[in-house]
Design a protein around this ligand. Structure first.
Ligand code: UMA
Length: 461
């Protein structure tokens, strides 16, 4: 792909846009960078770009620059349906997402993980499994390090492990992961997609360019994925927590039988292809819990083996993995009450899965910025598990209207007050769970910030 002297417009100057501009400048492109915000990044970065000859256009996207471009590259958070971009496409100006552009310069095998929930956990664990197997691994994508940063760096890896969001999949064209994982598809981002079918379609794009020699790993319980399985050209491998599938999850182990193997696993670090058809992973030493985490482990296990990982490396990674912050993280026990930070639960399904982990009564702290979520599906699980619900943020009235009116609920203005009220309501043996079912941006800068504020409030009790 020819970039030298091309007029390239980069839309969005967050983490992705900044990495794109740096790469494109080094490749000799003539770069214009635009952002609808007037202060999208630091003054130092803007100065660096101006000194490199980049034209910067902030506070909106100028139609003239859109139409002058030879190519437009957009960040994941920029809707690919923006009218300016539609106009560019109509004039045959290519509009690419960052993942699409970057993957065209990657020669190493890509292993990509998508899904509504569990992506970061499964991606991180998978990267550990391959590292423990002896590979040099780059891990990035939606997890926080744009793939274009890898293309731009000198040190090369043996395997590229990517967390991929539906936003990133919306703008792919040739992106082809050798191993692709779809963990689950449940309601999320319905503020950006017309309906659930459109969101599921986007997730399944992860398989669209795969060939017969590639692997698609799917959840047999995911009806959205299963309804599209016949369109997948690569070898499909299924995992299933509740019934028969290619890989079966038991209480203390996972058994995986590869029936009817069509394609070879990628070679191990010693260059040998695994020929076995039956594998067992011991779960007796795992440090993360819950049915959803066993699914994450299972999917990562299958993907790691298909990508050439060794059974001993995979087992070592599973035994060591302690989970990620803000995902069902135990903060502290005060007067017999456990305080759990699940701030990463930004959609309804994640809250249902969190509640399922507890047999003790829960004081549930929920709310934040609504993503057009179907809060009604929380009615039964909340009635079953929650002694009291404390509602915060913009979505609190929408959640209140959706829950069973018999559920005790209180509206609160700040996280600190929510935690103090929870501590007064909870009895010894109860759980206080922050699991918001919403984005954090109405009150916090990120889900991490929200989790930290919760943690500080718990520490202050
Ligand atoms: N912007 C415009 N025009 C628009 C819309 C946005 O100029 O029409 C600008 C914004 O003003 C902002 C910039 O675009 O300055 C932000 O771009 P971005 O939202 O793509 O943010 P990045 O910092 O580049 O982060 C993105 C991902 N963000 C999103 O998908 C929303 C990060 O995922 C990812 O880690 C990063 O690229 C590196 O690949 C975050 C995320 O929330 C974690 N992802 C969603 C999720 O997991 O649910 C999908």
């Amino acid at each position: 792909m020819d970039i030298l002297n091309k007029q390239i417009l980069v839309v969005g100057l967050g983490i992705t846009g900044v990495a794109l501009v740096r790469y494109l400048c080094r490749q000799g492109a003539r770069v214009t960078a635009t952002d609808m915000s007037s202060e999208p990044t630091s003054e130092n970065v803007i100065r660096e770009f101006r000194e490199s000859g980049v034209t910067i256009e902030l506070g909106g996207h100028r139609p003239g620059s859109v139409l002058r471009a030879d190519m437009i590259v957009i960040s994941p958070g920029v809707p690919h349906t923006l009218p300016e971009l539609e106009t560019a496409r109509a004039r045959n100006i290519p509009v690419l997402g960052e993942i699409e552009l970057a993957s065209r310069f990657v020669n190493e095998p890509i292993i990509a993980v998508t899904g509504t929930n569990g992506k970061t956990t499964a991606t991180t664990l998978l990267a550990h499994m391959l590292t423990e197997s002896g590979f040099r691994v780059f891990v990035g994508g939606n997890i926080g390090s744009p793939l274009i940063g890898y293309v731009d760096q000198k040190e090369k890896a043996d395997r590229i492990v990517l967390e991929i969001s539906s936003f990133q999949l919306d703008t792919i064209d040739t992106f082809r992961p050798r191993v692709a994982v779809l963990l689950n598809t449940t309601e999320d981002h319905l503020d950006r997609y017309a309906n659930m079918a459109a969101y599921a379609e986007s997730k399944c794009r992860i398989f669209q360019n795969q060939k017969e020699s590639d692997f698609a790993i799917l959840n047999a319980n995911d009806s959205w994925a299963m309804s599209r399985i016949n369109n997948i050209l690569s070898q499909t491998l299924r995992f299933n927590a509740d019934g028969p599938g290619n890989a079966q999850i038991y209480d203390d182990h996972i058994d995986w039988r590869v029936d009817d193997r069509k394609a070879s696993f990628l070679p191990c670090p010693d260059g040998i292809h695994v020929k076995d058809d039956e594998f067992r992973l011991d779960l007796s030493s795992v440090k993360i819990h819950g049915r959803h985490n066993m699914e994450n482990i299972c999917a990562a296990f299958m993907a790691a083996l298909a990508a050439g990982g060794t059974l001993s490396g995979i087992q070592a990674a599973v035994n060591r993995f302690e989970g990620l912050p803000h995902r069902m993280t135990h903060v502290r026990t005060v007067n017999g009450v456990s305080y759990i930070d699940d701030s990463k639960a930004t959609n309804v399904d994640a809250v249902v899965r969190a509640l399922e982990c507890f047999t003790d009564p829960v004081i549930l702290i929920m709310g934040g910025r609504d993503k057009a979520s179907p809060f009604e599906s929380l009615q039964d699980p909340v009635s079953r598990h929650a002694r009291h619900v404390i509602l915060i943020g913009e979505a609190r009235y929408a959640i209140q209207n959706a829950l069973n009116p018999d559920t005790p609920m209180t509206m609160i203005d700040s996280m600190a007050d929510a935690v103090r009220l929870a501590s007064r309501l909870a009895k010894s043996g109860d759980v206080v769970l922050l699991s918001p079912a919403c984005a954090s941006f109405d009150m916090f800068t990120s889900y991490g910030h929200r989790g930290n504020v919760f943690r500080d409030a718990v520490e202050a009790l």
